[in-house]
Every structure is written in structure tokens, then in C-alpha cells.
Write a protein that binds this ligand. Structure first.
Ligand SMILES: Nc1ncnc2c1ncn2[C@@H]1O[C@H](COP(=O)(O)OP(=O)(O)O)[C@@H](O)[C@H]1O
Ligand SMILES: Cc1cn([C@H]2C[C@H](O)[C@@H](COP(=O)(O)O)O2)c(=O)[nH]c1=O
Length: 216
């Protein structure tokens, strides 16, 4: 039975790498994928991983109908044996419904990849719909780590290394940005709740207020 699978995780946990591996393994066996993405850091119409791999993809616009796109593609006599949708958190809920229809009516597997929650730990609308509709939700096995060593479960947005909680839900960025830029850092829930990033934890550790007081 074809499936809608949602591979979810924090930023930087290997989702795009897995998407590219699935694509590689299937194309090595002669299968043809339809690859969708939206707002990849590498630019329009790209699906890229931090390991340096990149492939062309169909950039999904605001009002795009993904089911109609597939029907159109197939009715032109072109092939699509499966579908990959990266950065799926940025898709509209209706577009996730269209992907479910691709599974049910066109009988194609759909593999969607995305982060579940935003920098305020609120569900992205596209991810929420995926959790509601997916046959399976898979959490990636390679866990990203918080600066404290615990499993990272949350995405923080940072400016100058300091976690911010105000701003637009969508701001394309990376976990390796320069300190002055808007960037992201993955944290465990405890440190996300306390807004404690690597930079602020380091500053606190160096602060005289928290240095042990000598008894001498
Ligand atoms: N230099 C490196 N050597 C080995 N693995 C790396 C390197 N850089 C990145 N990675 C791996 O790539 C992962 C990020 O992959 P990516 O597919 O871009 O993540 P996502 O799509 O989930 O944001 C990291 O968690 C790490 O496992
Ligand atoms: C938390 C959060 C992230 N984003 C953006 C930042 C990146 O461009 C993508 C995630 O990509 P990745 O391949 O999983 O690293 O999402 C955002 O727009 N808003 C957020 O709150």
C-alpha cells in the first residue's frame, strides 16, 4: 500500500540528507521521483543537505496544487513513481491534503520531510496537517544535540547568539550563521524553556556572579 510518511525532527538532524538518499536509491533502480521543496537555503528549486549534496526540485509556490501538478505531469505521458516533499513545514495545510490525495488516488508513496515546530515551539500549519494525515511519522535516528549534550528536541531562533521569541514564523536561515545574523540553534526542551543558548550559557559560566566563592 502506498503511504504518506512524515520524517520529522529538529533542524540539522539529517532530513534533507535522508530525502536525497531515498531519491538516490530509487533512481539507482530506475524509478523516477517528483521532488518538491519550498524555501531551501540553497535557493529556488533546490533540495540541499549540509553534507554538500544537492538536487533540482520543483519549488512550491503559495497557491500551487500538488495533486494537479502530478496529474498534469502524468497525463503528459511523463513518469513519477514516488514523491518527495522537503521543507514540508512551509507547505500550506491544503497542500498536505493534496499530497494525501496523491497517495490515495494516484497510488504513489509520498515522503515528506520537515521540522515540526517553530522557534516558539508551536506547530507549523503544514507539519500539523502532516501529523494529522500521515500514515506514519518517523523521527530521525541521528539525533541533533543541545549544547548540554541532551537530545535536541526544539529549534531556537537567535540574534547574536541570544534566543528571541518575537518575529515572523518563517525566516529562512541556518544553524551556522555569523553571530550578528538571525540564526538558529537546536536545544533540549529544558534549555529552550529557559532560553539558554550555547552563547548565553557560556556567558553565565564566565560571570563572576556564578563563580564559586573561595572560603579563604
Ligand atoms: N562535516 C560533516 N561531517 C559529517 N556529518 C555532517 C557534517 N556536516 C553535517 N553533517 C551531518 O548532516 C546533518 C545535517 O543534515 P541535513 O540533511 O542538512 O539536515 P536537515 O535537513 O535535517 O536540516 C548533521 O546533523 C550531521 O549529522
Ligand atoms: C525554527 C524555524 C526554522 N525556520 C526555517 C529555517 C530553515 O530555513 C528551515 C529549516 O531547515 P532545515 O533544513 O530543517 O535546517 O526553516 C523558520 O522559518 N522558522 C522557524 O521558526
Amino acid at each position: 500500500m502506498p503511504e504518506l510518511v512524515f520524517f520529522s525532527g529538529t533542524m540539522d538532524c539529517g532530513k534533507s540528507t535522508l530525502a536525497l538518499q531515498i531519491e538516490h536509491n530509487r533512481s539507482a533502480r530506475g524509478l523516477v521521483g517528483m521532488i518538491f521543496t519550498r524555501n531551501d537555503r540553497a535557493g529556488e528549486g533546490k533540495l540541499s543537505s549540509r553534507l554538500g549534496l544537492v538536487t533540482d526540485a520543483v519549488e512550491v509556490g503559495d497557491g500551487a496544487d500538488l495533486y494537479a501538478h502530478l496529474v498534469d505531469h502524468l497525463s503528459q505521458g511523463r513518469r513519477a513513481d514516488y514523491v518527495i516533499a522537503d521543507e514540508a513545514q512551509f507547505l500550506a495545510p491544503e497542500q498536505i491534503d493534496q499530497l494525501a490525495r496523491v497517495v490515495d488516488d494516484l497510488e504513489l508513496d509520498v515522503y515528506a520531510f520537515g521540522i515540526t515546530t517553530d522557534f516558539r515551539s508551536k506547530l507549523f500549519p503544514g507539519s500539523q496537517r502532516l501529523v494529522e494525515l500521515a500514515d506514519r511519522v518517523e523521527v530521525l535516528q541521528v539525533e541533533a544535540l543541545c549544547w548540554c549534550g541532551a537530545r535536541a528536541t526544539h529549534n531556537a531562533r537567535t540574534v547574536g547568539g541570544v534566543m528571541v521569541v518575537e518575529g515572523a514564523q518563517v525566516v529562512v536561515g541556518d544553524v551556522t550563521g555569523s553571530v550578528d545574523e538571525v540564526g538558529y540553534e537546536v536545544l533540549c526542551r529544558r534549555h529552550h524553556r529557559r532560553r539558554m543558548t550555547a552563547a548565553t550559557a557560556h556567558a553565565a559560566a564566565l560571570s563572576p556572579d556564578v563563580l564559586p566563592v573561595s572560603s579563604g
